[in-house]
Design a protein around this ligand. Sequence first.
Ligand SMILES: NC(=O)c1ccc[n+]([C@@H]2O[C@H](COP(=O)([O-])OP(=O)(O)OC[C@H]3O[C@@H](n4cnc5c(N)ncnc54)[C@H](O)[C@@H]3O)[C@@H](O)[C@H]2O)c1
Length: 307
Amino acid sequence: MKVSIIGGGGRVGSNAAFALQCAGLVTDIQILDANTDLAEGEALDLLHGASVLGDQRIYAGDYDRAKDSDIFVITAGLRRKPDESRLDLINRNVSLFRGILESIQGAGHKSCAKFFVVSNPVDILTQLAARTLQVDPKQVFGLGTMLDTARFRALIAAELGIATSQVKALILGEHGDTMVPIWSSATAAGLPLKGFPKVNPSFENMIFERTRGSGAEVIRRKGGAGWAVGATIAETIHAVLLDKKQILPVSSVQNGCYGIRDISISVPTIVGKNGVEGHLEVELWPKEKQAMLKSASTLKDTYQKVI
Ligand SMILES: NC(=O)c1ccc[n+]([C@@H]2O[C@H](COP(=O)([O-])OP(=O)(O)OC[C@H]3O[C@@H](n4cnc5c(N)ncnc54)[C@H](O)[C@@H]3O)[C@@H](O)[C@H]2O)c1
């Protein structure tokens, strides 16, 4: 499988490339960036590790060379400033993003290619991609709340002093201020988190506020997120590559799940070789469902401003 990372010279794209390289599952990683020197440099640096990590083909290139890609990952864009909301980024990133979609279409792509949006505001840009690219909407998805979910799990585990991989808890909704913590189904090692002695409403509030503030905290401390977002990008790509039918909180255009339609947002989504293979409407607490509807309506309002 060939993965092309547009914006791959940047922090998120290059960290995703490294996560893909470490896993050794994709065959080709192409780095594409408006800054061609940076793309060449990152590709070269990754390639230098190939004898240690795996026999993948890693190179920089343009849209013409990318047209045989199985997955286009779009990480190009501008970062949030520390106090800026993701939605405020919209005007700065939408025209840049439209230009990228035009370049992909202009050069051509496989009819079955998948388009994986990471740039922010990710839900809005995923919706824009699904409406612009002339492919089945199943082939278009965004990182959504994958990173928020990973952060949520890590913070719960650290606070309870238990193994992170055993914590299963989701953030759904917008990748942004209206994200929704799903405590109703949160478990650790198959046990409901609600039954853990430390887990009470103030614990839940504290964890969620730290999760929601994590992006801004990382930006303030190191300039931008990289490693964890790279790991979640790789996890999503591997779900497609290995046809895992993995349930992931990726963002995709909705057609009725939880009463949400015509906007891209994160719900529990089955990801496999065709991309988005289904949405699961598993029962949530009424307040969680309400929060999902509010998140969707916030995104719809914003999307109206960009079309
Ligand atoms: N969805 C998520 O969970 C998530 C998490 C972290 C960051 N992000 C988003 O990812 C994006 C990238 O963040 P970053 O920290 O890597 O930024 P960065 O500045 O390090 O990298 C962005 C890269 O995009 C390139 N670029 C700009 N315009 C381009 C164009 N038209 N074509 C090709 N390349 C272009 C730049 O040259 C740069 O190398 C931002 O929008 C950020 O908000 C999303």
